[in-house]
Design a protein around this ligand. Structure first.
Ligand code: GLU
Length: 510
């Protein structure tokens, strides 16, 4: 029987989850779901010095917001938790040492006692000999203080002293470690170029490398899908699996997400530079509460639009279809179609996705999404408003910023157009039209349109001389939804008041 598919997302809580991390989580989720497997969140918090408060909650909140909540994570997982948990590595601290010790007993690992300065001195020494970038490995380990180079008495003494005692993996001198990566296909590393990674640190905590493979094994992870920065570590990981006699999971390393300009890795600084989020949710300073980075959610993105956009950063189904719901993504996702090259973070494409998703929502749904911003407006009017605006906005916040004039008088007026279009001689016409509108029993779009268009026709006026004046007096701008529908939503009284005020103001502007 094939192994059950179990895929984990294993972030370190060293800062908010960025968009690259969220894409990894999404691919983990899609792959697991497609194969009917489990999606697990494991918190890799072995490096307490780098931990940033609030990150773990942020990660979970972000996953929940986009709708890819893991099946197992700290505190959650039902009956599985007993078998596979805990899901925070700091709570598993006692598990790891025995595997490192086992590797020592089998001759595949050793104790080392070097201080940071001693390691630095070794690098200097080697550099002077022309060996720059020297590593702690087969070339240098004999010149260092470790259980391979020192006599057993000395080793016992140093272990008992307990200063700088670490356990290192002893990589073979001249071997080749090959594996088939699902994205990169055949990958191979010469062990002569790899370092003897620390597995247990001086403080007794495991390093990422040891904890990662032990947990993947004990949690019965079948597939490891992660960023390409971990590709070279995979050689170490595969080697550790081999010497422990364990079957390694299958690996898939995802390419980087590149800056909008296409070169270099997307970074958090790009957010400010391009005026666009690179985090799913707002990230605030855990102590002061100051907003450090804006999130897609607060920027007005719909979570399904963000997911669809992210899914396409490095994968495509090979067809023309671009809009995929989460369940369609699950159905169509294929790790074999994930590309090896970096994926450009195309901001315009992200906006396009959001627009598509906004337009596909019903007016009522949109009204519910933005109602907190419009507390004094009833749901029905808000839904009509959403219907008028939804093709004109790229995100939820723009309903307010672009359509605020439905709820309050315009704050600014397009003076350039006024000076071109306003003609004092037309005031009597506006007055006549106002009277006709005033007399309307049913202030509805079609009736309003009939009156205004009819009047323009009957009096041989031009639309270009009349409609812009209506529009600007009511909304302040030339950009906006259908002007007759706008009037209906504003209501008769407000429409006529604004028109009248507009005409009075425009005189002074020209
Ligand atoms: N803790 C690692 C990270 O934060 C996980 C890498 C992996 O998935 O193995 O990127």
């Amino acid at each position: 029987m094939d192994k059950r598919v179990r895929v984990r997302f294993a972030p370190s809580p060293t800062g908010p989850l960025n968009i690259g991390g969220l894409r990894t989580a999404l691919y983990d989720y899609l792959f697991a779901r497609k194969l009917g497997g489990d999606f697990i969140l494991r918190i890799e918090d072995t490096d307490k010095n780098r931990e940033v408060a609030g990150t773990e909650n942020y990660i979970l909140d972000a996953l929940k917001w986009v709708g890819i909540e893991p099946d197992e994570y700290p505190g959650v997982g039902g009956d599985k938790e007993e078998k596979y948990g805990p899901y925070r590595q700091s709570e598993r601290k006692d598990i790891y040492l025995k595997y490192a010790t086992q590797m020592i007993e089998n001759g595949h690992a050793y104790y080392a006692f070097d201080s940071g300065e001693e390691i630095e001195a070794m690098r200097q020494r080697e550099a002077e000999k022309g060996n720059s970038g020297a590593k702690y490995n087969h070339e240098t380990r004999d010149s260092m203080r470790n259980s391979l180079s020192l006599g057993s008495e000395e080793v016992e003494k140093l272990k008992a002293e307990g200063k700088n005692v670490v356990i290192r993996l002893k990589m073979p001198t001249n071997d080749e470690i090959s594996f088939v990566d699902i994205v990169r296909k055949e990958v191979s590393f010469k062990t002569s170029l790899l370092d003897d990674k620390v597995m247990i640190k001086a403080d007794g905590m495991p390093t990422y490398h040891l904890a990662n493979i032990v947990d993947d094994h004990l949690m019965e992870i079948s597939h490891v899908i992660r960023g390409e920065e971990w590709l070279s570590s995979t050689a170490h990981h595969i080697y550790m699996y081999t010497i422990l006699g364990w079957e390694p999971p299958q690996f898939a390393h995802l390419s980087l997400i590149l800056k909008p300009v296409g070169k270099g890795k997307l970074s958090k600084r790009d957010s400010a530079k391009f005026g666009f989020p690179v985090f799913p949710l707002d990230w605030k300073d855990p102590e002061s509460g100051e907003l450090l980075f804006e999130g897609f959610k607060e920027y007005g993105f719909l979570p399904d639009a963000l997911l669809n956009f992210l899914a396409f950063l490095g994968w495509n189904p090979g067809t023309e279809q671009e809009i995929f719901s989460l369940s369609e993504l699950v159905e169509n996702f294929d790790l074999n179609k994930v590309v090896k090259s970096g994926a450009r973070f195309d901001i315009e494409k992200a906006k396009w996705y959001n627009q598509q998703y906004l337009m596909a929502k019903s007016n009522e749904e949109l009204a519910s999404m933005i109602e907190d911003d419009f507390k004094n407006t009833d749901h029905k009017s808000l839904a009509i408003f959403c219907g008028l605006m939804k093709e004109r906005v790229e995100n939820l916040n723009e309903f307010k910023s672009k359509g605020y004039f439905f709820f309050e008088k315009p704050k600014t007026f397009d003076e350039k157009t006024i000076s071109k279009k306003y003609n004092v001689n037309n005031d009597t016409h506006f007055l006549n039209m106002s009277e006709k509108l005033q007399a309307l029993d049913e202030f509805k779009t079609e009736n309003i349109q009939q009156i205004i268009k009819g009047y323009i026709g009957d009096n041989e006026l031009s639309f270009g001389a009349i409609l812009p004046i209506f529009r600007i007096s009511l909304t302040g701008t030339m950009k906006g939804p259908d002007i007759f529908a706008t009037m209906e939503l504003l209501g008769k009284e407000e429409t006529l008041v604004r028109l009248n005020e507009g005409l009075n103001n425009f005189k002074s502007l020209i």
